[in-house]
Every structure is written in C-alpha cells, then in structure tokens.
Design a protein around this ligand. Structure first.
Ligand code: C5P
Length: 276
C-alpha cells in the first residue's frame, strides 16, 4: 500500500501577462503548498477500482471523468505498467476552489504509481504525463514552493517560506477556472518581483481576483473577514478562487483567526495549516 498527500496549492501571487493563441494565458505565479491535503491510497488489486470518501466526496462522485483515473490511464500509456490497482481518495479539500484539488489528486496518483513501478518522481516522462493532465499538475507533482511561468508548467523551485502559518477559507461556492480566465480584462499589470519570497508574495497580485469576484461575490466577504484579522502578512485569493488565504506572523494569531471565523461563519470551510 502506498499513500500520498495531495497537498493544497496556493498561488501566493498570480500575474496574468497575456492571452496566448492556444487559448491559455501566459502566467507568472508563485506557487506554495501547505501541510494538509487530500489523501490518496494505492493498493494492488485484481481489477481496477477507484473510490472516493471524505467530506467532499459527493461533489466529485457526480463527475464521470475524474483526473485521478485519467492520471492512472496516462501513466499506463507512458510506462506500460498494466497491473490493476485500487485507488482510494479521501477528499478533504473543497472541489473547484483554486487550491489545486483535482490537479493535486492527479499528481499524487502519478507519484504513487511511480513509486509502485520504481519510477523516480523527477522522471521527465512523469513530468510529461503531469503536463498533459493540466496546467497545475506539474507544480503539484513537485509540491514545493516554485515560480511558475508559461501555463504554470515551467517551474523554478525556490526556498524560504516553510512553516509560515496559513489560514484557508472557502465560502462554499465553486467557480469555473475557464470562466474566470475568460473574464480577465486583458491588461498586463507587470511581472512578479524577485528577492525575499514573502516580499515577492506581498507585493504581488492575483489578477484573477476581479473576474472571480464578479462571478462569485461571496469572495468579497471572505477577503474582508480575513483582512480584519490581526497579525497577517498578507490576504489574497488563490488561483481562480473562490478559496482565499491569509499568511500570519505566528501560529497563535492564525489559530485565533480560525476560531473567530469558524464561530462567525459556521457554513464556511476553514483550514488552519502552514506552508511547507
Ligand atoms: O490546464 P487546465 O485544464 O487545468 O486549465 C483549465 C482551464 O483554465 C483551461 O481550459 C483554460 O480555459 C484556463 N487556463 C488558462 N490559462 C492557464 C491555465 C488555465 O486560460 N495558464
């Protein structure tokens, strides 16, 4: 049995530079990952099986085409490993919420299958599988802080944010990534900075915030509540939303904010965690 955590991804900054001729958008983004995520378990089996459990299982089960089974099929095609397997996904993170979700699950499946087959996690063919599955899957395969360019797949790992307390908050609305990108206003507001990573993050933006907020006004409320919390380094939306996050100066401040938000907004999903 092999287990992999599909860690939640944050875009500490996400600068959209231009619309490409292939329909994707050229990005500059600072990816970071947190301790917590979905849990994927891979076991040998007589026939292929895929099951989803956990608090967000129901939303995903409705989808016929899951990124995890696509990752499994893509791995087989690439590496010729036809042994059947059982994959169990404990879905702990909200779906369609800007924190990786399906991309992280697909990447976790690739890592687990690679481990079983004796393939290195940095094998270029594994990275190629990730690339085909989605723009965020290569970053999730790496699951460490990195600057992403291109569609997000052109990655340069960076160090320096491990242990920073983070609070992730989702108001319970899903947003379509494609719809948010479609509403981007086309204005290039410039590249992300360089140097101290926290400063790069703080001085950056998420250019998808305005279009996401117009599609899901509940995001306004989440950002406002996070902005009122004491001792934050920064508050921002992640990816195409609707999950927003705050980074804190210390863990007690993060815990206090989590408690305040949970009691004020019991319907919101709230994860108290830390960057890795
Ligand atoms: O790559 P992925 O399938 O995850 O992307 C989902 C959608 O998000 C794409 O179909 C595209 O509309 C949009 N997207 C984009 N530019 C990116 C990444 C995603 O326009 N860099």
């Amino acid at each position: 049995m092999i287990q992999e955590i599909a860690r939640a991804k944050l875009n500490l900054a996400l600068h959209v530079r231009h619309r490409r001729s292939d329909g994707y958008h050229a990005l500059e983004t600072l990816f970071a990952f947190v301790r917590d995520g979905d849990l994927l378990t891979l076991s040998d089996a007589e026939t292929d099986r895929f099951a989803i459990t956990g608090p967000f299982a129901a939303t995903l089960q409705a989808e016929s085409d899951n990124l995890v089974t696509r990752a499994r099929d893509r791995f087989r095609l690439t590496f010729g490993d036809d042994r059947p397997c059982a994959i169990l996904l404990d879905k702990r993170l909200p779906v369609a919420s800007g924190i990786g979700g399906g991309s992280a699950d697909a990447a976790a499946a690739l890592r687990a299958l690679a481990t079983r087959a004796g393939v290195r996690h940095d094998d270029p063919d594994l990275l190629a599988c990730a690339n085909v599955l989605g723009s965020d899957v290569p970053a999730c395969l790496l699951s460490r802080t990195a600057i992403g360019r291109g569609r997000g797949e052109d990655l340069v790992p960076v160090d320096g944010l491990g242990g920073v307390p983070a609070l992730l908050v989702n108001p319970g609305v899903g947003v379509s990534t494609a719809a948010v990108f479609e509403r981007w206003d086309g204005v290039d507001r410039g590249s992300i900075g360089s140097g101290d990573l926290l400063e790069v993050a703080r001085s950056g933006r998420n250019d998808l915030e305005p279009p996401a907020r117009s599609l899901a006004p509940a995001i306004d409320g989440v950002l406002a509540v996070l902005a009122r919390q004491p001792r934050t380094h920064m508050v921002r939306m992640s990816g195409s939303g609707a999950t927003c996050f705050a980074l804190f100066e210390d863990a007690p401040a993060c815990a206090a904010a989590a408690e305040a938000i949970r009691s004020a907004e019991p319907g919101w999903w709230c994860l108290e965690t830390a960057l890795i």
